[in-house]
Design a protein around this ligand. Structure first.
Ligand code: SIN
Length: 328
């Protein structure tokens, strides 16, 4: 995808039919009122017809996260699928990649072990995040593929941040439209980073200021761009004001009616628009003895722009680039 090309197709307008509702190459099964659809039809292990790619993009623009079943891809097929929709970044800029497959991040059950010490302060929004928002250009989309899945437990949730924005009162929308906030990979509240966590963050520092409301360029949609795990404070507010406002917004975006819950099976794939959603990795797996292994590819994203037209700024670190063997 060229950097000028829109990542995803336009959302429905009042006088245009909703995209993806009359597709010819795929069948779409919506899962909730606001977010999530299962897509049936394509074989993702083979190159997709351009029409199928366009229809999947349309479905993604409408439903924000789309799911596929029974697609047992290997790493190379996963990379080829991602390349049909954009430019894969390095697996994870701070926490590494699968050996021999630099575009793939291992979402292993115990990937957080060794990053932090201490008891985390658990709140209703703990664990909710949008991928890599510490970067000035967070990924446009993520494609997560299930390999080993527990017989029960380990479901993932996504929330629609466009609908969440629209559900705020006009007065609060007007206020948050003017705000910006700092995103970073600092340890969760109540915990401290281990030496390894601090070393990794020193080697690839990432801290950015993003608008609290970003505008999607090709659709004009306004997104309540709050990533509970990484958005640490609101610029220009006193610490207590910032804390209270963020808690209100984090609680709001995780309201169940904005969300979808996905039950994985081996070979399932979730493909989400990372600009307009946040997601919750499961915690119940830590009280079960089962293994869980998924693999994720993120697609390069643009620098977000606020309602006032101001782009995000990097406080520390370089933008995420498309993966290239020459720069790895
Ligand atoms: C992720 O946060 O990208 C992974 C979600 C999951 O483990 O289900």
């Amino acid at each position: 995808m060229s950097s000028a090309a829109p990542a995803f197709a336009p959302a429905p307008t009042a006088d245009a039919p909703a995209p993806g509702l009359n597709p010819r190459h795929i069948t779409i099964h919506p899962l909730t009122g606001h977010i999530g659809a299962e897509i049936e039809g394509p074989d993702l292990s083979r190159p997709l017809a351009p029409e199928a790619v366009a229809e999947i993009r349309d479905a993604l623009a409408r439903w924000k996260v789309v799911f596929f079943r029974d697609q047992p891809l290997d790493h190379a097929q996963h990379v080829a699928l991602a390349e049909a929709f954009g430019a894969p970044t390095i697996g994870h800029p701070v926490f590494g990649f699968v050996e021999g497959h630099p575009q793939i991040y291992s979402v292993a059950r115990d990937r957080f072990a060794g990053r932090h010490t201490g008891e985390p302060l658990i709140r209703p929004w703990t664990g909710w995040h949008t991928d890599v928002t510490a970067a000035v250009n967070p990924p446009a989309a993520s494609i997560l593929r299930a390999d080993v899945i527990p017989p029960y437990g380990g479901d993932t949730f996504w929330t629609n941040l466009v609908v969440a924005y629209e559900a705020l009162s006009p007065t609060l929308r007007g206020f948050v439209d003017t705000l910006r906030g700092i995103h970073s990979f600092t340890a969760p509240e109540g915990q401290a980073g281990t030496d390894d966590f601090r070393d990794k963050n020193r080697r690839r520092p990432l801290v950015s200021e993003h608008p609290l409301v970003r505008v999607i360029p090709e659709t004009g949609e306004r997104v309540l761009f709050v990533s509970p795990s990484f958005l640490k404070r609101v610029t220009g507010l006193a610490p207590r004001e910032s804390q209270q406002l963020l808690e209100l917004l984090f609680e709001h975006v995780t309201r169940p009616e904005f969300t979808v819950r996905f039950r994985w099976r081996p070979g399932s794939i979730a493909f989400w628009d990372n600009r307009t959603t946040a997601h919750l990795a499961p915690r119940d797996i830590y009280s079960l003895d089962f293994d869980r292994q998924l693999y994720r590819i993120t697609l390069k994203g643009e620098v977000p722009v606020g309602v006032d037209g101001r782009p995000s700024t990097a406080i520390d670190g370089e933008p995420l680039d498309a993966f290239s063997a020459a720069t790895a």
